[in-house]
Structures are given as structure tokens and as C-alpha cells.
Write a protein that binds this ligand. Sequence first.
Ligand SMILES: [Zn+2]
Length: 530
Amino acid sequence: MKNKGIAAALVALLILALAPMARSDSARPMIVRVRPDSAADAAFLMSHYDETHNHGGGEIELLLWPGDRSELDALGFDYRVVVNDLFARDMLTSTAAKQKLSLPGPDRDDYRRLVDYNTEMADLAKKNPQLVKLFEMKQPTLEGRPVFGVEIASQVKNDDGRPIFYIDAVHHAREWPSSEYTMLFVHHLVEEYGKDPKVTSLLKKARVIAVPIVNVDGFNYTREAVLSYNQPLRDATENMAAGNGFEGYWRKNRRSLTGVTVPAAQVNPDAFGVDPNRNYSYLWGDSNGGSSGLQLDQTYRGEAPFSEPETQNVRDIILGRSVTGVLTNHTFQASVLRAGGGKAPDDVLLSSIGQKVADILGYSNQATVGYPTTGTTDDWAYAAMGALGYTIEHGEIAFHPGYADEVGKFWPEHMDAFEVLFDMAANPKYHSVLKGRVSGGPAQLTLAKTFVTELSPGNPTGEDGVEEKIELKLTTKPDGTFEWHVGPSDRPYEKKPESYTLTIKSSSGTKTMKVHIDRGQVLNLGTIKL
Ligand SMILES: [Zn+2]
């Protein structure tokens, strides 16, 4: 049997050697750098190909998928090869000797798998019921998996009006360090509560909602791939380049785009999937390179804003809770990006807080990733809720650097950087506070606002905007008093003033009132009689 195997391998090698090796054969993932001649070429390269964010010196770095190299050749782009065989490099990294690192939470020597995230979050909630609450997001994934997160706060189950710092990671499947830092932050908060005065104080005045893996299907696909375990694929029926290292570089979610007709050279594993970080509503659907309408592209935005379960889940948390600060984690550019891409009315504030975070991490504080993007998490959260939002592009080595080289080295400063943004979300100077007392005892409060978020002109839905609704709920204290941390009622990009509708319900009756509140304002509604 052994000899037969070797003979078969030799025959296969011979056939490979005899086959004409077209220059277009990129049988393994490859990194190249292209020097575009014009801004239009640059925009095309960045929206059409899988760009890594790792640019510089007038070059754009691309990860080539099957068919991409021949297309670049056909289009006449010149490029230089940076990594000829990314799979071979990854195999070296993943099989190298590893040291167990002492970290917040369990000691580890490699990236977590999906089961590790889910087990650790469930265990933390079980062991710390006053501090950690496990929750499942509304929508399961397209492949039917549940999506979990945790809420962390002193007396976490209390119904009160504390502000919330929302932190997530892995909108993009392959960006493993970003979810590691998010999960380490969860462990850090739990372990330091009651010990570190700053963490303790923050968890008393505010909450954290953490979702380490937003794109659960995509993450599981990359993490369980040959890349990580050097074993056969889970499901050979999936349309992918089997066993050649591409699986580990999956970016989008796992929506099957059946019915897509592609040229033969383009029959490749990225023939399906939606980019969840181009699927949020604000300015969704542009045709200027901020996202792509082509299903094959890595920045394919989906058929409509919020068409994907991943973005619906994040939207429902942010519109349904008192989220005052947002951090969504990505890799890799060693940069801190802020909502609005430099155009936000609060850009001076956003930039100054971003600079603090960037200084701690040794990253650059940037308005954008280097080109326009639309339909992204933090841009939407800011436009819809006024929540101060950031994207951090962690690391500068690769999508899957050795665990000890990235996470093991840099986790401590990430905890400090995340605390700066938690502190921002907790600080009433940067959001709004409603106060008052309902006479006659406890009452149920609802703060609601319906509005239309602007889409890009000419977007494929034919609509100018999409209707969204903020609906927050709070029970007052038994004596009827309340202090409620919320976003400002005016949306940042809207010229016209907007108000919330506050509904107060108690055993004595119901009352409704309009409430206008600015960023930084503490509005005392006094005694409210029903
Ligand atoms: Zn990303």
C-alpha cells in the first residue's frame, strides 16, 4: 500500500511537471504589490481584489485568489511578488514549536477555535453571575449556528440606565488576532474587577457588551481549515480550492450566492459570501469604490442594507440598548480609524480620543483605512445613534501571525487601549443623561425614535434611505427616580433638530412627551406626574 501511494504521487508529480504552467496559475494564496498609475486604478484594485490594507510607497498589497493573477496580467498591471506561497509560510508558522503564554483567562499557545470562545463565555457567566451575563443574538447564522456574546458590569442583571461600551470582532472571518484581543479584554475585566480600581470603577458606572465573533460561520470556516490543523477539509462538497491554503483567508460571511454566473477563470472559492462590514445602512450601495456590487468581490455589500444576519444582530443590539461607544476590531494595518472618515461633525473629539488609543498601541491615528469605505459598523453606529465609534486594525504582520508574535507580545497594551474607549463610553461628557422622578412609585420608561438613515445616491435598491428605530427601555427605581444614559437626540449629520418620544407607564397611568437632548447635556425632567 505504501509503495502504491508513492507511485501514485510520483505519477501526479510527473503530470504536474508536464502540464503547461501558465503564469496565471496561483494554486496557492500569494501576496503581490501593485503600483497603480492613477487614482482610478487604485480604486479599482482596492475594491475589486482582496487588498490587505498593508500599503505604502505608492503600492497596493493584494492577496491573490485563483483567477486573480491571470486577470491582473490580462489587464496589464505590473506587480511584484511579496509572498509566493502563503500556505507554505502559514504551515511553517502553525507547525512551529509553541510556548504556552500566561494571559488573562486560560493560558494558551495558539488561536482559539469557535468552541473555545463559546465555552469560555458560558463558563465566565456561570462562575460570575453578578458580573457576567451570557446572551445569544437574535439571528442564528446562515449555517444555523448560534451567536453568543457577554454583558459585563457590576450587578449586571440590574435594570438601570448605565451607558454601554459595545465591542466586537471578526466581521471578517480571517482576522483572528482581533477576536483574541476582544476575548482577552473580557477575561481581563472579570479578573481585575475588585482588584484594579479603574476597572472596578468603570464596571460600576457603565457596562460592556462584547461579541468576540460576529461572523461565526466565516470564522469557523477559516479556523477549522487545513491551514490550522493540517488535516482534511470538513466538507469536501463546499466550493473551494481544496487543501491549498485559501480556506484560511476567507473574509466574508458564508452566504451562498447560487445562480451566480462566473467566467471559467473566476470559478473560485470567493464566488459567494457577503462582506458584513459593507452591509450596514449608512451610505450603503455606493459605486465609487467604497464597496462592491459584484458578488465575486471581497467587498461585496449584499443585496440590501442589513440583508445579513451578522449585521442585523449588531444593529438590534445597538438600536435596542444605551450604547454610547463602539469599537469594532479588525486586522491588520496598525491603525486606529474613527467613525465618519474625517467628515464627522465630532471629528475633533473622535480624533483626539483616537490619538490616545493610537499612542498606547504604537499605531497611527487615521481618518480612513486609506480609501473610502461605506456601509461599515462604526460609521453607521455614529450616524444612527451618535455613538462615538472606532475601528482598530490590529497588528502589522499578517492575518495569522504566530500567536506568540502578535497576541503574546502585544496583549497588555491592548487592554489599556480598550479601557480608554470604555472610559469614553462611560463619560457623560460624550453622551447625554436624562434624569427625573415619576411621582407615585416605579414606572416603565420607553425612549423611542424612528428615523431614516441615508443610503448612497444611485444605490441598487432605488431607495434614498432605510427606516430604523431606536427603542430603549428602563424601569425606574422603586421610588420612581431614574438616571438614563443615552445618545443625543439629534443625529450628527442631520441639520434639523430631532427628539425622542419618552413614554412613561405606571399603575397610575401613561404619559408621553418629546425630549430633545444634546451631547454632554444632563437634562433633569423634574417630577413627572401621571
Ligand atoms: Zn476586517
